[in-house]
Design a protein around this ligand. Structure first.
Ligand code: NAP
Length: 253
């Protein structure tokens, strides 16, 4: 986070799913930089998550790495319990974990549809459900869901991903209505294309097309999404709920 934001989240506890790499890693770093204690969730990337925790604690933050498949209700329960016992009640949940398994509709297997929806959408539902009671009890808390420009516009070859990301917008707005009266804010961020492992495999021609269609003329860096998430988590966003904030360089206009 930028210098002026230091300490804005002091005393807060954040859980960031899928924080071993990419956007989630940048979000965990930004929240820790603003003073939050951070639970770094990962699925397969044990070493990367531990390396991030070392980096964060090395710079004076409090952080722990927590394994767990967000699509598995039992693992989510366990992960949230561990976060609570190691760091305290969770104030900020960032539902960031996600995968893509692209393919044209007629060739898309059911398992590819189900896996993408399970990780992004069911994962966000399970994690939100696991933290909501604690947040409602203290009448404060923030949930931020990682949607996508694809969830707003759709994309050929990404029916599963677009459905999951559009579903997250519905989840965000429903939970904002349901939890707002109990003091909990729920928002979504909708990035365009971000330079992470998820987009690293795109052919150069596809990246060139994206640049051409993006008014800002480039892909985003993970930190440019993380700074918006950190803002939404901060007191400065106290009156924002149910919002879907595009962070897409204008691609979604
Ligand atoms: P990434 O670099 O591929 O990282 C994905 C992260 O999700 C990893 O930390 C991975 O953990 C974790 N993950 C995957 N399955 C999981 C599961 N079942 N349980 C827990 N964690 C799991 O992806 P990214 O580009 O940073 O994307 C992060 C989020 O932003 C995703 O929701 C993605 O859809 C969204 N997004 C990305 C872009 C983009 O252009 N990159 C654009 C819009 C939205 P392990 O490595 O430990 O398995």
């Amino acid at each position: 986070m930028q210098g002026g934001d230091q300490g804005k989240l002091a005393g807060r506890v954040a859980l960031v799913t899928g924080a071993s790499r990419g956007i989630g890693r940048a979000v965990a770093t930004a929240l820790a930089g603003a003073g939050a204690a951070v639970a770094v969730n990962y699925h397969r990337g044990h070493e990367q998550a531990e390396a991030l925790v070392d980096e964060l604690t090395g710079s004076g933050a409090t952080a722990v790495a927590l394994a767990g498949d967000v699509a598995d209700a039992g693992q989510v329960r366990e992960m949230v319990e561990r976060a609570r016992s190691e760091l305290g009640e969770i104030d900020i949940l960032v539902n960031n974990a996600g995968i893509n398994r692209d393919g044209l509709l007629v060739r898309m297997g059911e398992e590819d549809f189900d896996a993408v929806v399970a990780t992004s959408l069911r994962g966000a539902f399970l994690c939100s459900r696991a933290v909501a009671r604690g947040m409602m009890k203290v009448r404060s808390g923030v949930i931020i869901n990682m949607s996508s420009v694809i969830g707003r516009r759709g994309n050929a070859g990404q029916a599963n991903y677009a459905a999951a990301k559009a579903g997250l917008i519905g989840l965000t707005r429903s939970l904002a209505r349901e939890l707002g009266p109990r003091g909990v804010r729920v928002n979504a961020v909708a990035p365009g294309y971000v330079e992470t492992d998820m987009t690293a495999g795109l052919p150069e021609e596809a990246k060139e097309r994206i640049r051409e269609n993006t008014p800002l003329g480039r892909l985003a860096q993970p930190e440019e999404v993380a700074s918006v998430v950190a803002f939404l988590a901060s007191p400065g966003a106290a009156y924002i709920t149910g919002a879907v904030i595009p962070v897409d360089g204008g691609l979604g206009i």
